[in-house]
Design a protein around this ligand. Sequence first.
Ligand code: NAP
Length: 161
Amino acid sequence: SERLEGVLGPKADAAWWLHEATAGLELAAFVLFSSAGGLVLTAGQGNYAAANVFLDALAAWRRAEGLVATSMAFGFWDVGAGLGQYLSEVDRRRMAAQGLPVLSADAGLALFARGLDRGEATVVPLRVDAAALGVRRDEVPALLRGLVPVRRVAAAALPAA
Ligand SMILES: NC(=O)c1ccc[n+]([C@@H]2O[C@H](COP(=O)([O-])OP(=O)(O)OC[C@H]3O[C@@H](n4cnc5c(N)ncnc54)[C@H](OP(=O)(O)O)[C@@H]3O)[C@@H](O)[C@H]2O)c1
């Protein structure tokens, strides 16, 4: 529960307080920096995933209330700052091998702009390398399975009709 408090608490509370602090204001946008960690990278990150999914739910709820909101469940930004400052070459390679390569600053900003234009409560600005997904040896996260190229089953392996 200590870890939940330290990770989930600050992110979820901050989003909620922003929601409360902006009540009654005419906002052009209300953007939440969620993370794809809530959707596709959850191994060992349950507390972080929960915080991000709370943001996604807050955006959906705000829209249902007639308020502006966009939760952007971003992939990792390779910008040498923030969370990205801890990224090693090994991390970059691991993420690429998982089919989820890091985002350059330019790609992240372009996806930010496109995400706002979509008019949806939650968008997932994430690079997906379908070919790499297709050769992953571990379990592909459920939300990405539909993107894995279908492997052809050799006719010879099929039972005779
Ligand atoms: N960087 C990425 O690739 C990436 C990808 C997806 C989503 N995101 C999300 O984007 C957001 C910003 O990430 P970032 O990489 O820009 O991180 P960052 O530069 O480390 O910024 C984190 C901010 O949160 C504040 N903070 C950290 N722990 C806190 C706590 N316990 N209570 C109150 N404030 C706290 C920090 O304040 P201080 O400066 O005072 O420490 C800092 O202003 C995060 O919510 C992250 O989940 C980032």
